[in-house]
Design a protein around this ligand. Structure first.
Ligand code: HSE
Length: 299
């Protein structure tokens, strides 16, 4: 990168109900970094979703970038990084995954690392702890991913899904560690087998374009939703309302507290309008799948 670049990373919604820590879908909602080479490092925050600007050495994106560049034995060119985000923090829309990927791409651009997508995915998974948000944020679309025993991350990207989304974001935040803390530490063989069956058939239904069945199975998750539902405001109300208005299914987005409804384009608007009217303190938004993942424009 010789002078300036723009890094764009999508928001993501993980789990899709029963695919816990495995599935994630990229949304057309973005974190954007404008990077301008400079004599020193500076991070500037713009937009309503970001906290006040902090000293660069404390910034997550800088810390990720510095670690990546150091590991590759390269120096980054100091830069002024202006960050604009439409991804709210601690709402289950992959804000930390997008920040980590932005940091990796920042190192890639300012230290000329030429990282491959697989390297970026492995690094991002290491920072995030699991690949379900970082994989779709990097690659776009719906991605099913898992680490192998040797820590390699393998994935399949499912293309051409005819799905639209409505997200309902409450004012309250929910920390991922709290939402993970609500889950059992182990499952019985019977429960694990049944929960996996639901997850497997849900993915098969998506692959076959049987969205009605996929939506039904999304709402049958046994791994996490039953334990987290009490942490999510209006959980039952949003599911029932969206279903009545034609949603295939509604699930917790990632660790919550945002809820995400999947529907066809015809029903998306009426679901969004009704939820916004019934839940006026929420931010309700319509989204499509982002099919691109991280994008970099070098100027
Ligand atoms: N799969 C994760 C969870 C997503 O549900 O806890 C949030 O990082």
């Amino acid at each position: 990168m010789s002078g300036m670049c723009k890094i764009v990373v999508p928001a993501t919604s993980a789990n899709m109900g029963p695919c816990f820590d495995c599935a994630g879908i990229a949304l057309d909602r973005y974190l954007t970094l404008t990077v301008q080479n400079s004599h020193s490092w500076e991070f500037k925050h713009e937009g309503d979703y970001l906290p006040p600007t902090i000293y660069y050495e404390d910034h997550l994106m800088y810390r990720v970038a510095r670690t990546v560049a150091k590991r590759k034995g390269q120096q980054m060119t100091p830069s002024t990084v202006t960050i604009n985000s439409n991804i709210p923090l601690a709402r289950g829309l992959g804000s930390s995954a997008s920040a980590i990927l932005a940091g990796i791409e920042l190192a890639n651009q300012t230290a000329h690392l030429s990282l491959s997508e697989d390297e970026k995915l492995t690094l991002a998974t290491e920072f995030e702890g699991h690949p379900d948000n970082v994989a779709p944020a990097l690659l776009g679309g719906l991605v099913l991913s898992t680490p192998l025993k040797d820590s390699t991350v393998v994935y399949e990207r499912i293309r051409s899904l005819d799905l639209q989304m409505v997200i309902a974001i409450p004012e309250t935040k929910l920390r991922t560690d709290e939402a993970r803390g609500a889950l059992p530490t182990s499952y019985t063989r019977e429960n694990a087998a049944h929960a996996s069956s639901i997850s497997n058939v849900m993915v098969a239904a998506l692959l076959q374009g049987n969205y009605e069945l996929a939506g039904t199975l999304m709402e049958e998750d046994m791994f996490q939703e039953p334990y987290r539902s009490q942490l999510i405001p209006n959980y039952d109300f949003i599911r029932t309302t969206a279903k009545e208005l034609g949603a295939y299914g509604t699930v917790i987005s990632g660790a919550g507290p945002t809820m995400i409804s999947f529907s066809n384009r015809q029903h998306q608007q009426q679901i969004a309008d009704a939820l916004q009217k019934l839940l006026p303190t929420y931010e309700v938004a319509m989204h499509s799948i982002d099919e691109n993942g991280v994008r970099v424009h070098v100027e």
